[in-house]
Design a protein around this ligand. Structure first.
Ligand code: SAM
Length: 248
């Protein structure tokens, strides 16, 4: 249950350095330098220090993409190559699965030095705690790939797309940010689409834009669940919506 994993009280308490050490390396060493050298030395050293910090001072050190219910992490692994400068995190409820994803990423980093440094995974209940991790407008993309269908009507309230949760997603998404959903369960596909249609802060992304978006084709092929559906020649149902500004 939730008591078995730590949850930050708010986004400023999240320490992403342990998730993305390569991105934060220079920032950390810079802070350490400042503590141990006097001002004169700092001035002297400035040119070389600047060289050292350029990569991370230019890098965006905030997580921008979230894969909600990431399962075994196939999407993150593919997205990492497409968007090497974006920090992204998979959020997974099952302890063993999230541990597996962390190990998978670690092994990829060891095997391909300098790559896969921008992806990570954490164990959490995304239906409860997303605003504990992300501040208002922080995310550019949220992915919901093959979420649990919760078929029975009395369990629909457990679905990861609902009016209440969409309000939360709208809060943590930047205006212009995108929610990607896909499922092989037609009824769930209709449910997600009708909930997104009903929400005033989302509008469908036009087909011509989807055709140019590299994330779209990954939806059905990158994840373990997607590959299973493809092997069985199952049909899939997508709903991809943009966070729009409120007219208020
Ligand atoms: N997206 C992956 C894929 O396409 O292969 C996994 C799909 S799997 C059917 C759904 C995943 O969502 C499971 O791994 C499950 O543990 C996770 N999950 C369900 N509820 C969750 C929640 N509230 N927070 C985080 N993860 C959740």
């Amino acid at each position: 249950s939730d008591s078995h994993f730590p949850v930050p009280n708010n986004p400023s308490e999240c320490d992403w350095r342990e998730h993305f050490p390569a991105f934060f390396k220079d920032a950390t060493s810079k802070a350490e330098n400042c503590n141990c050298v006097n001002e004169e030395l700092q001035t002297e050293d400035r040119s070389s220090e600047n060289e050292a910090i350029i990569p991370s001072s230019q890098a965006d050190l905030k997580v921008r993409f979230a894969d909600v219910g990431c399962g075994f992490g196939g999407l993150l692994v593919k997205l990492s190559i497409h968007f090497p400068d974006k920090l992204m995190v998979g959020m997974e409820l099952r302890d063993k699965v999230s541990e597996y994803v962390k190990e998978r990423i670690h092994a990829l980093r060891v095997k391909h030095p300098g790559q896969y440094e921008n992806i990570s995974c954490l164990r959490t209940n995304a239906m409860k705690y997303l605003p504990n991790y992300f501040e208002k407008g922080q995310l550019e993309k949220m992915f919901f790939l093959f979420p649990d269908p919760h078929f029975k009507e009395k369990n629909h309230r457990r679905r990861i797309i609902s009016q209440t949760l969409l309000a939360e997603y709208a809060y943590i998404l930047a205006v212009g940010g995108i929610i990607y959903t896909i499922t092989d369960v037609e009824e769930l596909g209709e449910w997600m689409k009708s909930n997104l249609d009903a929400h005033p802060l989302f509008e469908p992304v036009p087909e011509e834009e989807l055709a140019k978006d590299p994330c779209v084709e990954l939806l059905s092929v990158a994840t373990e669940e997607g590959q299973k559906v493809a092997r069985n020649s199952g049909e899939t149902f997508r709903a991809i919506y943009r966070r729009i500004g409120s007219s208020a």
